[in-house]
Design a protein around this ligand. Structure first.
Ligand SMILES: Cc1ncc(COP(=O)(O)O)c(C=O)c1O
Length: 444
């Protein structure tokens, strides 16, 4: 099928449309891949020139159920014909209530829960902190190095990476404290036996006493696996110790599962690998099956701390986005995507480990489930990050038909965020392209 995009008799090219983008759109919104997408289905994307790509990027982890899943599209159409907006602060509609009920059931924690919906990850993170402050009457928040929690001023305050996110946007909010994240690959005390993480956790927690009075701390906000920070899993021992510490000090434990949620790591939520349940869980990205929607779900008594009128937003929990989210949740069950994530992850990991054995510049292979990463370094240089070779791998992969994303504080990590609906043959095709890009990049 000819998939080129013809408008007013002219064939559109990616470069022409990117030139229009650059003339019309603020440059602050950067883009990683110089293509213009016209349509997509499952794990396959077509650009305006009709070129086909396997998608290992998933719109940054939004498309766990795949692009334009027929059930999600049908739900969007059906809802759009009935009601596109009402504002949940004006009147009630069922899809919002039903989604809240579903999330209350789905999110870990054997206690009564409530949910509130928003539009973006950053908005949900901010509101989780508002809720924690209202519930505790305390001001301070603890976060971690390399974290990413969004682009609003408060989200940026919580975010660890300075360049490019925070440059020029200060002053930031007060009462935010930061500890190192357990980054095993770069931890001088890492032994690989798990015990070191326990020692590290208690080391971190004793550092905390020198940072902030625990009785002033409303919440700890953590990604169970760092997303933008480079797909770094927090060791389960570390998470368990942190949760215990929070419970002991009356601090609310907030899991930011925006990127890790909805099956990505081979469990519905990444915190399940550590057997912990957060007091408040922040959700976004793959919740909406491609539509913008986010949520905070948590313990009922904490969620009900803000007074009526304290939470909400004009578009928050839009009925069409709720319908898409409900359909996406059905797809998760029907297509057993959580299980599928484990199979995808095992295949990807096998390839990544064989490449690590081949190329001395692949410093680390890590991840959980289908959230896998390669960290690229300069060999024999104390793990110095190699951003240049990482970009080259991404560029070569794109030229050969694969969309990939980088991550990490130094931009030297290749990460996998493919739709979990990807077929075995598409996965094999994507991995073959990535393998050939790595091979060519080894000649650098
Ligand atoms: C862990 C995490 N939290 C929050 C956010 C912010 O989400 P959004 O871009 O929807 O505001 C992101 C986005 O990448 C994220 O990965």
């Amino acid at each position: 099928m000819d998939r080129t995009y013809v408008k007013s008799g002219k064939v559109m090219t990616s470069s022409a449309l990117i030139a229009r983008r650059q003339a019309a759109v603020a440059r602050g919104v950067a883009f990683s891949l110089p293509i213009v997408i016209r349509e997509a289905r499952g794990a396959v994307v077509y650009d305006v020139e009709g070129r086909r790509f396997i998608d290992f990027a998933g719109g940054i982890g939004v498309l766990n159920v795949g692009h334009t899943h027929p059930k999600v599209v049908a739900a969007i159409k059906a809802q759009a014909e009935r009601l596109t907006h009402a504002c949940f602060m004006v009147a009630t509609y069922e899809s919002y209530v039903e989604l809240a009920e579903r999330l209350n059931q789905l999110v870990p924690g054997a206690w009564p829960k409530k949910t509130v919906l928003f539009n973006s990850g950053a908005e949900a993170v901010e509101n989780a902190v508002k809720i924690a402050r209202a519930a505790t009457g305390r001001p301070a928040v603890l976060v971690f190095e390399h974290a990413f929690h969004g682009r609003t001023i408060f989200g940026l305050t919580l975010t660890g990476k300075v360049n490019p996110y925070k440059v020029g946007f200060g002053p930031f909010a007060s009462e935010v404290y930061r500890l190192p994240y357990p980054y095993c690959f770069r931890c001088p005390r890492h032994t690989g036996e798990g015990k070191c993480c326990q020692a590290e956790a208690s080391n971190f927690l004793s550092q905390l006493a020198t940072l902030v009075d625990p009785t002033a701390l409303a919440a700890v906000v953590i990604e169970p696996v760092l997303g933008e920070g480079g797909f770094i899993p927090a060791p389960p021992e570390f998470l368990r110790m942190l949760v215990d510490w929070c419970r002991e000090h009356g601090v609310i434990f907030i899991a930011d599962e925006v990127q890790t949620g909805f099956g990505r790591t081979g469990t519905m939520f990444a915190m399940e690998h550590a057997g912990v349940a957060a007091d408040l869980t922040v959700l976004a990205k793959s919740l909406g099956g491609g539509l913008p929607i986010s949520a905070v779900t948590g313990r009922q008594e904490i969620m009900d701390a803000p007074a009526p009128g304290g939470l909400g937003g004009t578009f928050a929990g839009n009925p069409v986005a709720c319908a898409a989210a409900l359909a996406a949740l059905d797809v998760f069950e029907e297509e057993r995507l959580v299980e599928r994530a484990r199979m995808i992850g095992a295949t990807v990991r096998e390839h990544f480990l064989s490449w690590k054995a081949t190329y001395p510049w692949i410093g680390d292979v890590r991840g959980v489930g289908a959230m896998q990463a390669l960290e690229i370094v300069i060999p024999n240089q104390s793990k110095a990050p190699d951003q240049k070779r990482t970009s080259l791998v991404q560029k070569l992969a794109l030229e050969r038909g694969l969309l990939t994303l980088t991550a990490g504080t130094w931009g030297n990590v290749i990460r996998t965020l493919m739709p979990l609906t990807i077929s075995d043959s598409e996965l094999a095709e994507g991995l073959e392209i990535l393998g050939s890009a790595l091979k060519s990049a080894s000649a650098l």
